[in-house]
Design a protein around this ligand. Structure first.
Ligand code: ZN
Ligand code: ZN
Length: 461
């Protein structure tokens, strides 16, 4: 994707010609093992966690943080009265530190979905540290592995392990094997990311607890409320809000762009994750600075990045080409239509029916009511009472060719009538169907069909 504000256009930027192949016989299968199998094979798997070995397999630092934060929140509710100024500031600071993760750790550093000025990067580095989720360097490395190895054993928060594992378990338990590799060479060269990584233990207390204590202290004399509410309670909400991106967003909602892996779109997930809930889109088009693309999608992170651009603090906001997004949308719609189509019973084709000569047709029509329409022979024996045009016309054409009469000679039958008529096929006239391949003769219900790629050349009639 080119880094211009105009964006990458797959049609304008399309290469003019292909390369000449020097080895026309080479096959992909000869290249070797897949990156996944290879990565898996070089990573030793630790024995599974059981109740017996659980204590030795807990990540005690994370257990301490993730249980200590809610405990301190409860303590705060018991000992510190909540001033309204502190409440408003806590909500505001929830968004500040949440955006540090969503706009900073996620969309800027993990996915390079826009360029940020140094001022914005410093702000996001500070705000992100206040969310107590590790350094941006560490977070983005894990997140890139999550995208590269989604739903596999090399995905650090593999949703296939269940809701609790994806939400919390992956942090509380020591991983069974090293997560998959991801290229973070760009982050190694980013001095702000590296500075935050090196001095993370300075950033963390400053952003998570000292700053949210000092502001209420200085402006409305509420250091205790600031410490507990803007510090701990706010942090608990930021934690579980961002954890929902790994759990909720991989379990609940729709899949409008792709069906292969677990990511899903849901408004509720977007509401609790500052806009990250359109996760099916995000996993398909991760370099897009938007996660909710429509104007009505709840995506405050997108609005924040857009506003930063208006203020001159961000540039090169990337958008995935709509032409390519539409291919995903169309594929998913066609899959639904294909499922609907598969539930419908269709007429027999010329391949399923006996081929009958004209003389044999005329002869057999004396025994049973057969009518030829469009090269197919139809048995109308149970249809006399249901023919809206009456019995007379049907009887008149028994043993004859009623094609012209059916298609306007006597009455221009409706599409519905044509579809129904085709269900009464019992034979095909010798030499009749090639002539009948004209568009009018194919039942209208089959003129447009959803077909698998290898079915496209099969006959409809
Ligand atoms: Zn995900
Ligand atoms: Zn992502």
């Amino acid at each position: 994707m080119s880094a211009t504000d105009a964006g990458f256009d797959p049609i304008v930027d399309r290469p003019s010609s292909g390369l000449l192949s020097e080895e026309p016989g080479a096959k992909i299968s000869e290249v070797g093992q897949s990156y996944y199998d290879y990565s898996l094979s070089i990573r030793k798997e630790l024995p599974p966690i059981t109740w017996k070995n659980l204590l030795w397999n807990l990540d005690w630092l994370n257990v301490f943080i993730l249980s200590g934060v809610p405990a301190m929140t409860v303590l705060g509710c018991l000992v510190a009265p909540l001033k309204w100024q502190t409440f408003v500031f806590s909500v505001f600071y929830y968004y500040v530190t949440g955006l540090g993760i969503t706009a900073g750790y996620h969309r800027l550093w993990s996915h390079r979905s826009y360029n940020a000025s140094a001022l914005l990067e410093w702000f996001l580095a500070f705000a992100g540290a206040g969310a107590v989720e590790g350094s941006a360097h560490w977070w983005a490395r894990g997140h890139r592995a999550h995208h590269r190895y989604t739903d596999t054993k090399l995905d650090p928060y593999n949703a296939k392990e269940g809701f609790l594992y994806a939400h919390l378990g992956w942090m509380l338990l020591k991983p069974r094997r090293k997560i998959g590799t991801a290229d973070i060479s760009d982050l190694r060269k980013n001095s702000i990311v590296q500075f935050q990584h090196k001095y993370y233990l300075v950033f963390l207390p400053l952003a998570a607890f000292i700053f949210p204590t000092v502001v209420p202290w200085v402006f409305w004399n509420d250091p205790i409320g600031g410490f507990f509410y803007a510090g701990f309670a706010r942090l608990m909400f930021v934690h579980h809000s961002t954890f929902c991106i790994n759990s909720l967003a991989h379990m609940f909602g729709t899949q409008p762009y792709d069906y292969i892996k677990t990511p899903r779109n849901h408004l509720f997930t977007a509401m609790v994750t500052i806009g990250e809930g359109y996760h099916n889109y995000h996993h398909q088009y991760p370099t897009d600075y938007r996660v909710g693309t429509a104007w009505h999608h709840y995506d405050p992170t997108k609005w924040f990045i857009w506003t930063a651009k208006q203020l001159g603090l961000a540039s090169h906001l990337k958008q995935f080409p709509e032409n390519e997004v539409n291919k995903g949308k169309l594929m998913m719609e066609l899959r639904k239509l294909r499922e609907f189509q598969s539930q419908i019973e269709w007429p027999k084709t010329s391949e399923d029916l006996p081929v009958v000569s004209w003389d044999a047709y005329v002869q057999q029509a004396k025994e049973r009511p057969l009518i030829l329409i469009g090269g197919f022979i139809h048995d109308v024996s149970t249809f006399f009472d249901y023919h809206p045009g009456g019995v007379g016309y049907l009887k008149k054409y028994i043993g004859k060719d009623a094609t012209t009469a059916f298609f306007g000679g006597i009455y221009e039958h409706s599409n519905g009538a044509h579809n129904l008529c085709a269900m009464r096929r019992v034979g095909v006239l010798h030499g009749g169907v090639p002539h009948a391949m004209e568009e009018k003769v194919v039942p209208p219900g089959q003129l447009l069909q959803v077909a698998e790629h290898d079915e496209l050349k099969k006959p409809v009639v």
